[in-house]
Design a protein around this ligand. Structure first.
Ligand code: LRH
Ligand code: MN
Length: 415
């Protein structure tokens, strides 16, 4: 049975489309909570998604790509302009280093967005070949810690709540270094960062199974991140990057467990077919994204006060970057809308009654609901065009930046 979440608010008769044969219309006007949650959704964009990116084989430069953090912020503001749910931009230091972060924050405000999560970068300096905060060499560890603390200084100026920490630290060969000593070094650095954080600031520790280290990563999985966060203190939370797991990992189980223990700080959303492909979220496995968002909805994790940061972390290696971000935001919205449509009462009844097929059917019914009309209505309700991709294409912004941004050094990963 396919449901189509059609009209929500003040839908006139003429606009109402008759459901195809056999389809029942899920009238979501009776779901103001769903509409309210979708209006209030907040998805943070990565500044680096607007720069050039690629693989070790090739970075294909694209025309019109930003040359400065100011231009990256301007491009991110376009995504918010047409989706209405992406009002902040995460920065990556030093990729987004500027002389005056307060001025960059003002530029963002003028563009209708704000500066969000600050990402540290201790993975591109020659000194970090054997690690940064886990490096056997104390001078290198100090250098890395100083960078992390400098990122908190940036947060003080930009007003950002979160510092996101991802470490490329690890080893490539058994015996190369002592696994336990490296954990102790990591804990020491995290304790120092935690102590530096202001009252309303947090540190989000991201884990990754492999790459660029291939025998051990010092934060390889959610368990290690959780252990280190609990040891560091209450301001330390775990980030789930959806591309950082072994194939077949049940990520929604990890999400449910971190929500249950109040240690889910946020997501780095993207998708992958094999490794850390950083493709558009929901493009490889929209059903997995739905299952993840269901655990978030079930735990009340969508509520602003809950403090889960929904961030994209992607690279648009071959596709246009601003439309790629708009499509990604729409994919998160669709997964969220479907998750919000799970009939929680019917599901609980079937689950408690041991009705395996019944429970699965309730879950799949929501997933198989076409929520695109509902989201189009939410956009209209927000005063936006129901079709963000079309509206962006018609805006001419893409052509304008290609014409204007000639010369200068295009932004990239600087690797
Ligand atoms: C590492 C990662 C991390 C970043 C980088 C841009 O793979 O996911 O979040 O800082 O990508
Ligand atoms: Mn990430």
């Amino acid at each position: 049975m396919h449901r189509r979440a059609t009209r929500t608010i003040e839908a006139s008769e003429s606009e109402r489309t008759d459901p195809p044969d056999g389809a029942t219309e899920a009238d979501v006007t009776s779901n103001p909570a769903v509409v309210a949650a979708l209006r209030a959704q907040r998805i943070e964009l990565p500044s680096w998604a607007f720069g050039n990116s690629g693989t070790r084989f090739k970075v294909f430069a694209q025309k019109g790509v930003p040359r400065t953090p100011y231009e990256k912020v301007a491009d991110a503001a376009q995504v918010h302009r047409f989706t209405g749910v992406a009002p902040s931009v995460a920065l990556h230091i030093p990729w987004d280093r500027v002389d005056d972060y307060a001025d960059l924050a003002r530029h963002a405000t003028d563009a209708g967005v704000s500066l969000g999560t600050i990402n540290s970068n201790v993975f591109q300096d020659d000194d970090y070949m054997l690690g940064s905060v886990c490096n056997p060499n104390a001078r290198v560890r100090r250098k890395a810690l100083d960078h992390l603390l400098a990122c908190v200084d940036v947060m003080d100026v930009t007003g950002s709540r979160d510092l996101k920490l991802w470490f490329s630290d690890g080893t490539n060969y058994p015996g190369q270094d002592d696994i336990r000593n490296r954990q102790d070094r990591l804990a020491e650095a995290l304790a120092a960062v935690h102590a530096r954080l202001g009252a309303d600031q947090r540190m989000l520790l991201e884990y990754k199974l492999f790459e660029p280290s291939f025998y051990t990563m010092d934060v390889p999985d959610w368990g290690t991140s959780y252990i280190q966060c609990v040891a560091a203190g209450p301001k330390a939370k775990v980030v789930v990057d959806t591309g950082h797991h072994a194939p077949g990992t049940n990520i929604e189980f990890i999400v449910a467990s971190l929500l249950r223990t109040d240690r889910l700080g946020g997501f780095d959303f993207n998708s992958r077919f094999y490794a850390d492909d950083d493709l558009m979220v929901g493009s490889a496995d929209p059903f997995q994204l739905f299952r993840i968002m269901y655990e978030v909805v079930r735990a009340g994790g969508l509520d602003e006060g809950y403090g889960v940061a929904f961030m994209l972390d992607q690279c648009h290696n071959i596709e246009p970057k601003i439309p790629g971000q708009i499509r990604s935001v729409m994919n998160v919205q669709e997964a969220t809308a479907k998750a919000l449509l799970v009939d929680a009462e019917a599901l609980a009844k079937a689950q408690e009654g041991g009705d395996v097929l019944g429970a699965n059917a309730v879950f799949m019914d929501a997933y198989n609901t076409d929520v695109r009309p509902l989201l189009a209505d939410v956009r209209v309700d927000l005063g936006l065009d129901p079709d963000p991709m079309g509206a962006y294409a018609r805006s001419g912004y893409g052509d304008r930046i290609v014409a204007e941004r000639v010369g200068g050094q295009q932004a990239g990963w600087g690797a």
